[in-house]
Every structure is written in structure tokens, then in C-alpha cells.
Design a protein around this ligand. Sequence first.
Ligand SMILES: *[C@@H]1O[C@H](CO)[C@@H](O)[C@H](O)[C@H]1NC(C)=O
Ligand SMILES: *[C@@H]1O[C@H](CO)[C@@H](O)[C@H](O)[C@H]1NC(C)=O
Ligand SMILES: *[C@@H]1O[C@H](CO)[C@@H](O)[C@H](O)[C@H]1NC(C)=O
Length: 183
Amino acid sequence: MGAKVSLIIFLTLLIASCSAKRKPYTPCKSLVLFFHDIIYNGNNAANATSAIVAAPEGGNLTKLAGQFHFGNIAVFDDPITLDNNLHSKPVGRAQGFYIYDTKTTYTSWLGFTFVLNTTDHQGTITFAGADPIMQKTRDISVTGGTGDFFMHRGIATIMTDAFEGEVYFRLRVDIKFYDCWSY
Ligand SMILES: *[C@@H]1O[C@H](CO)[C@@H](O)[C@H](O)[C@H]1NC(C)=O
Ligand SMILES: *[C@@H]1O[C@H](CO)[C@@H](O)[C@H](O)[C@H]1NC(C)=O
Ligand SMILES: *[C@@H]1O[C@H](CO)[C@@H](O)[C@H](O)[C@H]1NC(C)=O
């Protein structure tokens, strides 16, 4: 009995000391990019880069629903830039969707791919995860990649860099790969 208790105490201390000593992980590659979402609002068809494609009962496809937009789904094809300027030359497109999925605050579920085609970067990076929009920074999973990002995985820290009503927002995406496949 006494031996069992001391074994448990020993293991608890061992686990505690191991987690205390864990070093921060070091990324094998990092990349910071911005993307810009202009939401269709009924009179910006030429300029819009995203569209509401689903709304809950009582809502419509030109205005985000009440109750923290719960039930809205938007599909986007957004320009990606190297800096925070909407008018900078795009280096690719962010393509995917977001789903507003909480009735009591603003959160969404993001699933999208960065399609990059420049001399610096060619290939795709795919992201998925929960986006608690009201938090200053949010981490989502980088689930995979192709081309220059063949078999890459990691974490992306997302920050809302600008927000203009329900028409425009800009996200800063700080990508850190911890798994970089290379020859
Ligand atoms: C497109 O929409 C954005 C965001 O609302 C705005 O800043 C920009 O001036 C618009 N561009 C044109 C050509 O209307
Ligand atoms: C969509 O809903 C909003 C708010 O309820 C309303 O102001 C707008 O006129 C509706 N748009 C259409 C096209 O029905
Ligand atoms: C990438 O850009 C080049 C040059 O503009 C073009 O020929 C090629 O089709 C593009 N590739 C993809 C996958 O879009």
C-alpha cells in the first residue's frame, strides 16, 4: 500500500517536472500573410469576394443573421497580400468558407486553402479549425500542403487586422510549420 502511494507520488512529480521543462517547439518554416474579405451586401457585386450561401430560417443571403450570425455560411475567394494593404499586388487566393456556429457570441469554423502562385511560393496550404473571433489571437491547424508546402503541417495564429462593419475584414495569418517535408 505504502509502496503504491509513493509510486503514484513519484510518477506525478515526474510528469510535472517533464511538462515544466518542455522547451518551446521551434518551427521549421514561418510565413506571415494577410487576406481580405469583402462580403456581398446587395450592392457591391463587382467588388465582393465572399457571399453568404446559407442562412437560418428568417434570414437572407444579403445580410448576416441576428443571434451572432448563427447558422450563416459564407464562401470566399479572397486576395492574399504580403502586407496589410488591400490594394497590394496579390500573391494568391484564400479559398474556402466560414460557418458562424455559436448563438451566444461571435465564433466561426474556418476551412480554407491558400493557393499561392508566385516566384517565391508555389503550392497550397490548407487550414481548418475553430475561430473564436472575439479573441485577439486564435490558433488554427495547418492540416497540410502541396507544392513548396508538400506534406507541411503546423499552426497558424490568426488576428483580425481590420474590421469594417459587416462589409470588410482583414486577417493576419502567422503560419508556423513544425513539420516540413524536404529532400
Ligand atoms: C471594395 O470594397 C472595399 C471594402 O469595403 C473598399 O475599401 C474598396 O474601396 C472597394 N473598392 C471599390 C473599387 O469599390
Ligand atoms: C434581408 O434582411 C434584411 C434584414 O432583415 C433586410 O433589411 C433586407 O431587406 C433583406 N434583403 C432581402 C433581399 O430580402
Ligand atoms: C501560375 O502562374 C503561371 C504564370 O502566370 C501560370 O502559367 C500557371 O498556370 C499558374 N498555375 C496555377 C496552378 O494557377
